[in-house]
Write a protein that binds this ligand. Structure first.
Ligand SMILES: Cc1cc2nc3c(=O)[nH]c(=O)nc-3n(C[C@H](O)[C@H](O)[C@H](O)COP(=O)(O)OP(=O)(O)OC[C@H]3O[C@@H](n4cnc5c(N)ncnc54)[C@H](O)[C@@H]3O)c2cc1C
Length: 414
């Protein structure tokens, strides 16, 4: 028998629908409460693209959403790193893994929510959690519209600014702003990028700011900018600034970069969107308390340099459901979940913090990077670094006790 019968999932982004689907597969009745309204304009306006790593695809396979995601995504088969507009170098990748998939965030949300509804999950929109009442045998969530809902457990999948994190521990750390605002735009195929192959993504360290770009199936170039900005702007605030004004700022930031200057110059304001400030979550001391638990960015948001935020969120959602399925009570399920997940997500977050620091190198550091990169790529132990992250799979069908016992006896766990 599962550790609980019913679950309230707060947040219908990425971790929320995956957790709800996996909990339903584990025999637990799950309902999602999402703060955003249901109207399609708001869903499609979420904006931006997300790259999912092979481990994220592997998590999606468990909840039956991997095919739909691949169908809607662009496979990225090759990555290039370029510093100060010099010809880029191919980034080595572990062998035998499927390519990362680049997908529109709104499309991913729709696929994950459709999948959750398909297995019987109910999704309620316009439900912003503001407070929780706790009892020994359950929780009651209170929403901003005056409604409430009760269940055996509450799962906080409410992102980096999680309210559930603070309800679990009022002293919990807040997400740390990295000083970068994200933008995504579309440029017509410019001379500088004419030779770009579809499926190649270039990560470029420009003179003043980092950016990345790729060729889309329609021939245009998609590009993402990480603009240094000391005032912190929430997504709503960034979107309140006219796109023309942002384009002006971006053109100045990338004016000395190839092809950054052309990409910014050829982007029309109607294709430019702010996609959110970049954050990381410092380690969270308490992942759960009583009948409340955290998943996804609410508890472990690594730097976006890792490319792992969404993939880790999905893995955690599935491991939580597996622990709830196999362990006899809520405290042991939540403890086991944290034990299985914390080391992995904190190791990846630590790697991301190191890369994040190198994102805006000065001219001397850029020269050093150019010199060191070939050596680094040659001597890098791919199996110990990238492959550990990307080959990870969850053995959904095997009882979680096996994995916990293997961990205690010191055996390597997948
Ligand atoms: C610019 C940018 C680029 C990124 N690129 C990548 C990438 O390429 N690859 C990658 O893997 N990751 C990337 N990430 C990180 C990735 O977006 C996150 O790791 C992922 O979205 C985490 O999913 P989540 O479900 O935990 O949180 P979210 O996706 O943030 O979802 C949280 C949901 O909770 C809802 N919510 C919040 N508060 C409440 C409340 N009080 N009540 C009810 N609902 C609430 C929100 O409306 C939202 O729908 C990027 C992030 C940014 C900002």
């Amino acid at each position: 028998m599962p550790a609980a019968h019913t679950a309230l999932i707060i947040g219908g982004g990425i971790a929320g629908p995956v957790a709800a689907t996996a909990l339903t597969m584990a025999g637990i009745d799950a309902t999602i409460y999402e703060a955003r309204p249901a109207d399609p304009a708001s869903a499609s306006g979420i904006g931006g693209s997300l790259a999912l790593e092979p481990n994220g695809l592997s998590a999606l396979r468990i909840v039956g959403a991997d095919h739909a995601v691949r169908d809607a995504a662009i496979p990225i088969t090759r990555s290039i790193m370029s510093i100060a507009s010099k010809p880029g170098r191919e980034v080595p990748a572990p062998q035998g893994l499927e390519p990362r998939q680049l997908i529109d965030r709104g499309a991913l949300h729709r696929i994950l929510r459709d999948r959750a509804e398909h297995v019987g999950v109910r999704i309620q929109h316009g439900k912003k959690l503001i407070r929780v009442d706790e009892a020994p045998d359950g929780v009651t969530a209170h929403f901003a519209d005056g409604s409430r809902a009760s269940a055996d457990v509450l799962v906080g999948a409410d992102g980096v600014h999680s309210i559930v994190r603070r309800l679990i521990d009022s002293n919990a750390p807040s997400a740390r702003y990295l000083g970068l605002l994200g933008f995504e735009g579309l440029a017509d195929d410019a001379a500088d990028t004419a030779a770009l192959e579809p499926g190649t993504m270039t990560f470029a360290f420009g003179r003043r700011a980092y950016y990345l770009y790729w060729k889309r199936p329609d021939g245009r170039i998609g590009w993402g900018a990480n603009l240094p900005s000391s005032p912190y702007l929430r997504l709503k605030e960034a979107r309140a600034v006219p796109a023309d004004q942002w384009l002006h700022t971006l053109r100045a930031a990338y004016t000395d970069d190839v092809p950054g200057a052309r990409l910014a110059a050829e982007t029309k304001s109607e294709t430019l969107q702010a996609v959110g400030a970049l954050h990381i979550m410092p380690p969270v001391p308490h992942w759960h308390r009583g009948r409340m638990v955290l998943v996804g960015d609410a508890v472990h948001a690594p730097s976006n340099s890792t490319g792992q935020g969404a993939s880790l969120a999905m893995e955690s959602a599935i491991q939580l459901a597996r622990c709830m399925r196999d362990l006899p009570d809520v405290p042991s399920a939540f403890d086991a979940y944290e034990r299985l997940r914390r080391p992995r997500v904190e190791t990846i977050a630590a790697r991301g913090a190191k890369i994040g620091r190198a994102k805006a190198p000065g001219p001397i550091a850029q020269r050093m990077m150019r010199l060191l990169l070939p050596v680094m790529f040659k001597t890098m132990n791919l199996e110990k670094t990238m492959a550990v992250e990307q080959r990870y799979t969850i053995d959904w069908d095997s009882p979680v006790e096996h994995e916990l016992n293997a961990e205690i006896s010191g055996e390597t766990v997948s």
